[in-house]
Design a protein around this ligand. Structure first.
Ligand code: ATP
Length: 354
């Protein structure tokens, strides 16, 4: 199923929650919508689901216009499944009945599947590792188990499009990691397109084929995880996804000289025009090399957080605080004077690809 979003707008009174969103989603694609709280992610998902009516623009699913200002096909008549942050289970139905419900009642359930809805429900429960808990009620399940029921219910009738709104945010870190893997393998098995809303950049980078970065009701950048992480097009994306420090300086063609040490220069052939326009260069914490040699930008360590495999330093360059991630091999003390250099992009990216 392909989904085409064209010039979509949504206002609440005089407030514009979505401002001209256009996006094409291919069959079987896993799209993550990433952005901070309030940027319009849920509003966009609800418009795609058919819960809300757009103020302008339209949504086409497989070429059929399902949402526009004048007309909206409701969610139950779309070939979609939904998973919410709150699980939204029904307290009076057991696990098996949750999964049977869409199989029996959804208009898009294939007829053969509808006939054998009991077996199909059992198959799907096995798929999400809940085969043994079919008779349990929602109040007898853990958070992770509830989330699996919500997933099974959404997947059971094999929707062409699965919409997920922060489905893992109420789970603890370890369970989240497990569920990420499960959602990914379910995606490979079912081949449904997925639109997955999250404010967690690690989740988006790990799972999606393409990431849509939103800010203030607009799309900032759309790209593969690598494109978004390595080649941010705006200062906002560089800061939000890569946690980059924006260094100021001067550009001469594709060469950048940081104001903090104008004698050095960095190659910036891959740096987006927005940075060149504003005399800036984004550097991610993992791109810095820190040393005691008098080479590069002079800095002072102001904080060091031990993280097991690496150390997260905060260092000061004039008034600017720069975040630096370094391996455990050399340790620097708080208050120590150091020098910062930026790793060659080509070299570093090659290492990341390997
Ligand atoms: P979060 O990550 O916190 O869930 P979000 O990116 O999903 O945020 P939305 O829920 O889409 O954000 O909300 C976008 C903006 O629209 C917010 O400023 C919100 O206050 C506003 N908004 C959403 N629904 C309504 C409504 N029914 N009436 C008025 N304003 C609304």
């Amino acid at each position: 199923m392909t989904t085409e979003i064209i010039g979509l707008r949504k206002s609440f009174g005089s407030f514009e929650a979505l401002r001209s969103i256009s996006l094409s989603i291919k069959r079987g694609e896993f799209i993550a919508i990433l952005g901070p709280s309030g940027c319009g992610k849920t509003t966009l998902l609800r418009l795609i689901a058919g819960f809300k009516q757009p103020t302008a623009g339209e949504i086409l699913i497989d070429g059929v216009r399902v949402s526009a200002k004048e007309t909206v096909i409701p969610p139950e008549r779309r070939n979609i499944g939904m998973v919410f942050q709150s699980f939204a289970l029904w307290p009076h139905l057991n696990v098996q009945e949750h999964v049977e419900f869409p199989l029996r009642h959804h208009p898009y359930t294939p007829a053969a599947m509808k006939k054998r809805y009991k077996e199909r429900a059992q198959e799907v429960l096995k798929l999400v590792g809940l085969g043994h808990l079919a008779k349990r009620m929602p109040n007898e399940l853990s958070g992770g188990q509830k989330q699996r029921v919500a997933l099974a219910r959404a997947l059971a009738h094999q929707p062409a499009l699965l919409l997920m709104d922060e489905p893992l945010s109420s789970l603890d870190a370890e369970l989240r990691e497990d569920m990420r893997k499960e959602i990914q393998s379910l995606h490979h098995l079912t081949k449904s397109s997925i639109i997955y809303v999250t404010h967690d950049q690690a989740e988006a980078l790990a799972m999606a084929d393409r990431i849509v970065i939103m800010k203030d009701g607009q799309i900032e950048q759309v790209g593969t995880p690598e494109e978004i992480f390595l080649y941010p097009e705006t200062r906002y994306v560089a800061g939000f996804v890569g946690k980059a420090t924006i260094m100021s300086g001067t550009w001469e063609g594709d060469t950048f000289r940081p104001s903090a040490a104008p004698a050095i220069h960095w190659d910036g052939v891959d740096v987006a025009d927005e940075f060149k326009q504003y005399g800036s260069y984004p550097v991610r914490p993992d791109e810095w090399v820190m040393s005691r040699e008098q080479k590069g930008i002079e800095a002072k360590v102001v904080n060091a957080l031990y993280q097991g495999r690496e150390i997260h330093y905060a260092v000061k360059v004039g008034d600017q605080t720069i975040n630096v991630i370094r391996p455990m091999t050399v340790r620097y003390a708080i208050g120590e004077k150091v020098c910062l250099q930026k790793q060659e992009r080509a070299k570093q990216q090659k290492e990341q690809v390997v």
